[in-house]
Design a protein around this ligand. Structure first.
Ligand code: NAP
Length: 493
């Protein structure tokens, strides 16, 4: 186990390169962009700004690698995935440090993400061995009918900054396990984690071209990905706005597309809930990753009879959170990833307050020693109503709005009144209510007395404008497979 001594030897931060066809290279035109540490405002590293030329090269490399990678047995491919899994644990602290520096995830939480990301490698190594076909009873004695599953080919993964490793392995692992080869385009705010993962692929001896990692401008890179007929499928995680643009782009060649998009999760606390568990759950759901998760609680609905007790407990817990430079292992809440992210948080709080919300704790940027970073106090708002921006727009920050409700019917209607449908949570100790509510909520992921439901072995994906397709679970690998029906004529005797 490497120890965290603030010296990252997994990747040289002074000379970051892209990983294409097993080689490390800069952008052909020499262009770079900087990744800024949101805790300090300092430059972490300069990154090659790749574009159309590099993407084309990566696609050609993936196409070449597909010829042999797709022919390996599932067991052979699994052994590579498991080697990378083990290396992720070996380099856990270094990977966590990179993540923390480039996008501000608190170090201890980042260590957790490394394990979470690695779990997809293990899960899909195993799932690759279970890609079963089918035989179908024929309607004539001289026929035999079967269905086989084959890797779809070269795929592209476009990933967001908020889970720089896990959102990538959730795509790359099923692609590798099924026999596909890939091109990965990480977010501009967190490319170093992806490239460090490339180092592990290299160390594990994964053949050249099986996974290619390109950094740079999303426009030219995605233009080439969508225009190039070699790319058969794109898996995207990011905002609903960009997801919709990609749906339009995919039409020209009817490329297969899976989309994991934004969310606006309701978090409902009924009067029969374990209030202590609900307040701890709300804290974990809302303030994890500084509120920058697609599944985080965006609207906290609390039944009127317990709202004061719940709010007091929730505020007490939020005030105890340690905010600070994300590299400090004792910090629980880090900075926002960008100035735009911070401005959005301020806009949502100002809008709510101007319309009558009450600040129960927090409510401003952090000053003093932390003023160079993009810090905002963990904030809880009371007396929130549906006219406020915060109840419809994804805040993506450490702000928890509390909204009162009276009846089960009313809160179900309020919870479902959104174009999003990713995750929803509720707390109750009544069995009948738990069944009724989990069936009535129009969301792809339900946390019933559970604020952190995501695991590699369960399907993850949204309803409505939160996306299409599933990642994780046994469903996750089917996104990378084609089903082929074969009707075979035989000599019947
Ligand atoms: P984003 O702006 O949509 O970016 C996501 C990725 O798309 C990045 O790699 C980005 O590259 C790229 N991109 C941006 N514009 C593009 C374009 N025109 N064509 C092709 N690619 C483009 O989202 P984000 O701000 O990084 O992530 C936050 C969003 O992701 C939130 O809405 C969150 O809810 C959602 N999310 C969803 C899930 C899920 O599983 N459902 C998980 C995590 C996050 P550049 O950075 O280089 O522009």
């Amino acid at each position: 186990m490497k120890t965290n001594n603030s010296v990252i030897d997994l990747i040289d931060l002074s000379e970051i390169k892209m990983y294409i066809n097993g080689k490390w290279q800069g952008a052909q035109n020499g262009e770079i962009f900087s990744v800024i540490n949101p805790s300090t405002g300092e430059v972490v590293a300069n990154i090659p700004r790749g574009g159309q030329i590099e993407t084309k090269h990566a696609i050609e490399s993936a196409e070449q690698a597909f010829k042999t990678w797709s022919k390996l047995t599932a067991n052979e491919r699994a052994s590579y995935l498991l080697k990378v899994h083990d290396l992720m644990y070996e380099y856990k602290d270094q990977l966590a440090e990179i993540m923390s520096l480039e996008m501000g995830k608190p170090f201890t939480e980042a260590q957790g993400e490394v394990g979470f990301a690695a779990s997809y490698l293990q899960w899909f190594a195993e799932e690759g061995r279970r890609v079963y076909g089918e035989t179908i009873p024929p309607s004539a004695a001289n026929k035999r009918l079967m269905v086989i599953k084959q890797p779809i080919g070269v795929v592209a993964a476009i990933t967001p900054w908020n889970f720089p490793l896990a959102m990538m392995t959730r795509k790359v692992a099923p692609a590798m396990a099924s026999g596909c080869t890939s091109i990965v385009k990480p977010a501009g705010q967190s490319p170093i984690s992806a490239l460090a993962f490339g180092k592990l692929l290299e160390m594990a001896g994964v053949p050249n071209g099986v996974v290619n990692i390109i950094t740079g401008s999303s426009g030219p890179i995605s233009d080439e990905i969508f225009a190039n007929p070699t790319v058969k499928k794109i898996s995207f995680t990011g905002s609903t706005e960009v997801g919709k643009m990609l749906v339009k782009k995919s039409a020209a060649q009817l490329k297969r597309l899976s989309l994991e998009l934004g969310g606006h999760a309701p978090f409902i606390v009924f009067e029969d809930a374990d209030i202590e568990a609900a307040a701890s759950g709300a804290l974990a759901s809302k303030f994890r990753n500084t509120g920058q998760t697609c599944v985080c609680a965006n609207r906290i609905y609390v039944q009127r009879s317990i709202i004061e007790k719940f709010s007091a407990l929730f505020v007490e817990k939020a005030k105890a959170l340690k905010v600070g430079n994300s590299i400090d292992p004792s910090v629980q809440v880090g900075p926002l990833v960008s100035y735009d992210g911070l401005a959005k948080v301020e806009e949502h709080v100002n809008d709510a307050v101007s319309k009558g919300a009450r600040i129960l704790c927090g409510g401003k940027r952090l000053e003093g020693d932390l003023s160079d970073g993009l810090f905002y106090e963990p904030t809880i708002l009371g007396e929130v109503n549906s006219d406020m921006l915060i109840t419809t727009d994804e805040t993506f920050g450490p702000v928890a709005p509390i909204i009162a409700f009276d009846t089960e019917e009313e809160v179900i209607e309020l919870a479902n009144k959104t174009e999003y449908g990713l995750a929803a949570y509720f707390y109750t100790q009544n069995i009948s209510r738990s069944v009724r509510v989990s069936e009535a909520l129009q969301f792809g992921i339900i946390g019933m007395n559970d604020a952190v439901p995501t695991v590699a072995q369960a399907p993850f994906g949204g309803f409505k404008e939160s996306g299409m397709g599933k990642e994780g679970g046994h469903q996750g690998i089917s996104e990378y497979l084609e089903e082929k029906y074969i009707s075979m004529g035989i000599e019947a005797k």
